[in-house]
Design a protein around this ligand. Sequence first.
Ligand SMILES: Cc1cc2nc3c(=O)[nH]c(=O)nc-3n(C[C@H](O)[C@H](O)[C@H](O)COP(=O)(O)O)c2cc1C
Length: 259
Amino acid sequence: MIYWFSGTGNSLWAAKELANRLGDRLIDIADALSQGNFRHTLTEGESIGWVFPTYSWGPPPVVLDFVKRWHINGYAKGTTYCYMVTTCGDDVGLAVDIFSKALGYIDLVAAFSVQMPNNYILLPGFDTDPATLEHDKLQKATPRIAEIAGMLADKRAVTDVVTGRYKWLKSRVIRPLFVRFMMSDKHFTADASLCNSCGACVAQCPMHNITLATADGTPRWHGNCAMCLGCIHRCPRRAIQYGKITRHKGRYHFTPAKK
Ligand SMILES: Cc1cc2nc3c(=O)[nH]c(=O)nc-3n(C[C@H](O)[C@H](O)[C@H](O)COP(=O)(O)O)c2cc1C
């Protein structure tokens, strides 16, 4: 089974690719959370996979929240293969250590990172990738996933991630501050003159955190945000902003390559 979480589609693409190549089943973490579906059972010899984006050099808090409540039947220590794959714009810091600790008695046997287009745009200095870099990352992602699928099929015990520089500072100092102060949805706004109430933001929100106001049909955020940025990136009219910082930033979401 492959548990997945994704905001702008990179990790969902990676999870689906792995599931197809390995003949595995997919479990949507956000759905399981909202349905209170925390108890799952492994079939004979089944692996446990986790696929999610890197958020501030660690796993998304929503994923950690799920893991805290999760219970798996049929886990056999020393036998069951458990791995994580995290998509990222650049590097993952100590995400593997953080996730491994969150799993508790479950051994994380393998971990991989996959660089994909960046979707973080809410701080100064952070923007989507230039078109050439975005294209390059997407070109490299498919062979990277194939390589990872090969190692997973062999149940290899390996950690193959780009941790980046200053990983301790990023994951142990900046990350807690980020999670505490930079994950609120209260700065999202929608420009009523651009919004046509299409509902794309509502439909894509994995947390069911957005509704359209009866008064003017524009989105409202209700405080249960995973900071996945799916809403801002998928708004077809660029009606959604985060304070003023995103007005001149790019937008990105994964779209399958045209054949
Ligand atoms: C809140 C947030 C924090 C992020 N932090 C990092 C980071 O620490 N390192 C990194 O390389 N990319 C970071 N990113 C970029 C995403 O990890 C990357 O674009 C990922 O592939 C998005 O996956 P998704 O499309 O499945 O949501 C961050 C994105 C968000 C939304």
